[in-house]
Design a protein around this ligand. Structure first.
Ligand code: BT5
Length: 255
């Protein structure tokens, strides 16, 4: 298998994750990628939306059929984030930073997001769809007002537009290399790279735990564990956060 083979292009879809999940159900091969010009119902985590206007970004999904256990699935989000950083920086010379669990940031603003959705039967993983959105050629006025302060694009960061097809190829090549490495040798080396590119380890952060549904924790982001969960040191001791939203400026509302 090779990530990006086949590469299926669509003009308008609801969500590339939904299109690919349907294809996966009818036997699409591992590595299949669906790439769309525009998403009418682009999705973030936990029922949130993802703005996906035509001509501005890369909105695509990758089909994986990994031999992992369910608790390990979040590792695929972390590895994908590393691949995105490497694929983007190879083409543009600019390396975004990673914010646990699924964001790429540039100048503190959101440049890209990842949504991994798993289909399982009992403990058996049928497939994982890894959806990736990268803001490429947006100018400020291309973002809706509620995102203007929080989102950015490669063009805004680097002062020039980028060829989206070439960027897609660079990112898919890196995703393929990194996924093959993980399959052969495990996650260790890529998680070390994740730590090196992460912008929040050692910092005081505020984390809303989306599994526990408790009030936000404040604490120092120590590390990630072997399943990609965030290890946080709070006044009340160590917390392991499996799914959450991190706010970098502790005490301030920025999510
Ligand atoms: C994510 O969720 O960041 C996951 C985004 C995944 C998008 C890709 S595009 C291809 C594939 N098909 C899909 O339908 N989805 C995937 P989360 O961490 O929950 O962040 C969502 C939040 O980001 C929203 O509530 C907004 O505040 C913000 N947001 C929405 N669109 C954005 C954009 N284009 N750029 C930056 N921030 C955005």
């Amino acid at each position: 298998m090779k990530i990006g083979h086949p590469l299926i292009y669509k003009n308008i879809v609801d969500s590339t994750n939904i299109v690919l999940r349907k294809l996966a159900g009818s036997g699409a091969e591992e590595g299949t990628v669906v790439w769309a010009e525009q998403q009418m119902a682009g999705r973030g985590r936990h029922g949130r939306g993802w703005e996906s206007p035509p001509g501005k970004g890369l909105w695509f999904s990758v089909l994986l059929r990994p031999e992992l256990s369910l608790p390990q699935i979040p590792l695929l989000t972390l590895v994908s984030a590393v691949s995105l950083v490497r694929g983007i920086s190879r083409m543009t010379g600019f390396a975004p930073t990673i914010k646990w669990p699924n964001d790429l940031l540039a100048n503190g603003k959101k440049l890209a997001g990842i949504l991994a959705e798993v289909q399982s039967e009992g403990r058996e993983i049928k497939h994982v769809v890894v959806g990736i959105g990268i803001n490429v050629n947006h100018t400020l006025s291309d973002f809706p007002p509620q995102l203007a302060d929080w989102a950015t694009s490669l063009r805004l960061m680097l002062g020039r537009p980028w060829n989206r097809r070439a960027l897609l190829e660079s990112v898919l090549e890196q995703l393929d290399k990194d996924y093959q490495e993980v399959r052969q040798d495990g996650f260790d080396r890529l998680l070390q790279l994740w730590r090196a590119h992460c912008c929040m380890l050692g910092q005081v952060v505020r984390v809303t735990d989306l599994v526990e549904g408790t009030l936000p924790w404040q604490g120092t982001a120590l590390d990630i564990d072997q399943n990609g969960a965030l290890i946080l040191m709070t006044d009340a001791g160590r917390r392991i956060v499996r799914a959450g939203d991190v706010s970098l400026s502790a005490g301030k509302e920025d999510e």
